[in-house]
Write a new protein. Structure first.
Length: 223
């Protein structure tokens, strides 16, 4: 009668205690792996619109002599300008009709109110994992927020920035119902833009004052 029982069944039944637990766990891991491969395997069909257009594959993005793309270089150059503790910037408040209403000097840079020195989302590490707000997280905390290159948490208000062909920095955004233009040189409010290039003229007297102030800041920084 025992000859009729498959050997595999006898082997399975003979596994008891720790062996049975080990075999069950190993079998579970194998089954999970098979399911993952089955779900993720095979070629994927590219997205296609109702007109039949598919997603285009981009050509190779050119890089500069530093090995950066234009986008990467712009971001790196912006950090050099806006994170310089010896820099004087200029903010120009602009009306809805495009007129520059006022120009004011800025030490280092402007900062958005949403920027923080600490994360605002955290989970408690010790004990039960519960949501909380830093620093009211006893026993330490973990946070899903990444610290930014400038050493802060949070995000800035939306804006765009660019460098003109002379390497001068410009940042355009809106705040409080007004537009603003942040630059690293003083725009001559009384002078018209260049009709061909659209470049602003620089106020020579303000630029001289800026150089003096930056010299003092460098001295204070020991540079």
């Amino acid at each position: 009668m025992l000859d009729l029982i498959p050997a595999t069944w006898v082997t399975w039944c003979s596994l008891t205690g720790d062996r049975m637990k080990y075999f069950s766990r190993a079998l579970f891991v194998v089954l999970i792996g098979v399911l993952v491969i089955a779900c993720d395997g095979g070629p994927r069909t590219p997205q296609q619109s109702v007109s039949g257009a598919t997603q285009a594959a981009p050509d190779t993005v050119p890089k500069n002599s530093k090995g950066n793309t234009v986008e990467q270089q712009n971001i790196a150059d912006r950090l050099k300008v806006t994170q310089d503790p010896t820099k004087v910037m200029w903010i120009h408040l602009i009306a809805l009709d495009g007129r520059i209403l006022r120009r004011m000097a800025v030490r280092n840079k402007v900062t958005s109110s949403s920027k923080r020195l600490e994360p605002v989302q955290a989970v408690v590490v010790s004990g039960d994992m519960k949501s909380g707000y830093y620093p009211a997280a006893p026993g330490g905390f973990q946070t899903p927020e990444l610290i930014q290159p400038d050493g802060t948490h949070g995000s800035s208000d939306p804006y765009i920035f660019w460098f003109d062909p002379m390497g001068r920095y410009h940042q355009w955004g809106t705040a409080g119902g007004l537009g603003y233009l942040l630059t690293d040189y003083p725009i001559d409010i009384g002078s018209e833009m260049d009709e061909i290039t659209g470049l602003f003229q620089m106020n020579e007297a303000a630029a001289k004052w800026q150089a003096e102030q930056e010299s003092k800041l460098r001295k204070a920084e020991g540079k």
